[in-house]
Design a protein around this ligand. Structure first.
Ligand code: ATP
Ligand code: MG
Length: 318
């Protein structure tokens, strides 16, 4: 924290969800929303709710969906100075419906929304010049030009002794098809201090098979901490000095969206505040678990007081 705020760059959206389980959007449906969303925005909101200083480089339209997001981030204490409000573009949207097996169908508008127009503005340069940590969210690479903004931010922050975290947040299919994404991932991994993969992202990042082999290969790149998210099974920490496993808290899952972002933001913020990996993992598990009990991706973002109460009430981890 002493080096300045945690920042990221990427999409801000509203999420609108079908209230019934089923397949897609081919007939009229009851919908619930708009909820503030966008993986990078959820991450930054969670950092801010924990009292960490945090800011985001992004863009919204001059509409209610944009206002909803900006006011939420402002209320929770995030720096919103580098969120551009574009007069001629709508705020990004994601319509989501859950299938019976838990898979999701989406209708996205990101590329042709304000989020598709994120640029390096004076306000963005200002924010970067004050930052102490850059979080790179893999989902943001769908936005043309975001790679350059993140690369510039990483170089600037690293030159001042700052640090970098990376959540790949990608699907294997995309990586396999696009050689450029593979190259982009290699470049980020080379400057990553904290890697936050989930599921198959670990093997996608390492380029090899097997958890242990992947961890070894990634640590040898110079990554100091890898924290693997395991959904309802909790999480694991890996570093040169060893490994820690932390079980999940037992909760009823209402809406899994946002768990990984709140988990990562909480782990990072705890570490930046000087907490041990063990304490950070426990708080992060609590943040992820609490998120899935709330409808809406950003609605379960937690303060330390809320996490302490949750840990007390939910009791021993399973
Ligand atoms: P996302 O779907 O948001 O990208 P992710 O795949 O990156 O998420 P997950 O592993 O799904 O990350 O969730 C992150 C963390 O949140 C887990 O490591 C766990 O601590 C907590 N968590 C997620 N789902 C549950 C659950 N059903 N019960 C308890 N804890 C959970
Ligand atoms: Mg998940």
């Amino acid at each position: 924290e002493r080096l300045g705020p945690t920042i990221t760059a990427g999409e801000i959206l509203v999420e609108i969800m079908a209230t019934s389980v089923g397949t897609g959007f081919l007939e009229p449906l009851p919908l619930l929303g708009p909820f503030p969303s966008g993986a990078p925005a959820i991450f930054i909101d969670q950092v801010a709710k924990l009292g960490g200083s945090a800011g985001i480089i992004s863009a919204v339209g001059a509409d209610d969906f944009g206002t909803l997001n900006i006011e939420r981030l402002r209320r929770d204490g995030a720096d919103i100075s580098a969120i551009d409000v574009l007069p001629d573009m709508p705020t990004g949207t994601a319509f989501v419906r859950y299938r019976p097996d838990g898979a999701r169908d989406f209708v996205f508008n990101i590329a042709k929304s304000a989020s598709g127009q994120i640029r390096m503005t004076d306000a963005a340069r200002q924010l970067i010049s004050r930052a102490g940590h850059v979080h790179v969210m893999g989902s943001a690479f769908a936005i043309t030009g975001i790679g350059q903004i993140l690369t510039d931010a990483v170089a600037d922050v690293k030159s001042r002794g700052g640090s970098v975290s990376f959540d790949p947040n990608v699907r294997k299919e995309l990586i396999a098809e696009h050689g450029q994404a593979r190259e982009q991932m290699r470049e980020i991994l080379a400057v990553t201090d904290l890697l936050l993969p989930s599921g198959e992202e670990l093997e996608v990042a390492s380029g090899i098979k097997g958890e242990e082999a992947s961890i070894g290969a990634l640590l040898s790149l110079g990554i100091s901490e890898i924290v693997l998210k395991r959904g309802a099974l909790g999480s694991s920490y890996f570093a040169k000095d060893g490994r820690l496993d932390s079980p999940a808290f037992a909760v009823k899952e209402v809406d899994p969206t946002g768990a990984g972002d709140c988990f990562g933001a909480t782990y990072l913020t705890c570490r930046r505040l000087g907490k041990s990996p063990e304490d950070a993992l426990r708080y992060a598990n609590a943040a992820g678990a609490r998120t899935v009990t709330r409808q809406g991706p950003m609605e379960g973002a937690s303060s330390f007081a809320e996490l302490d109460a949750f840990i007390r009430e939910t009791g021993s981890e399973t």
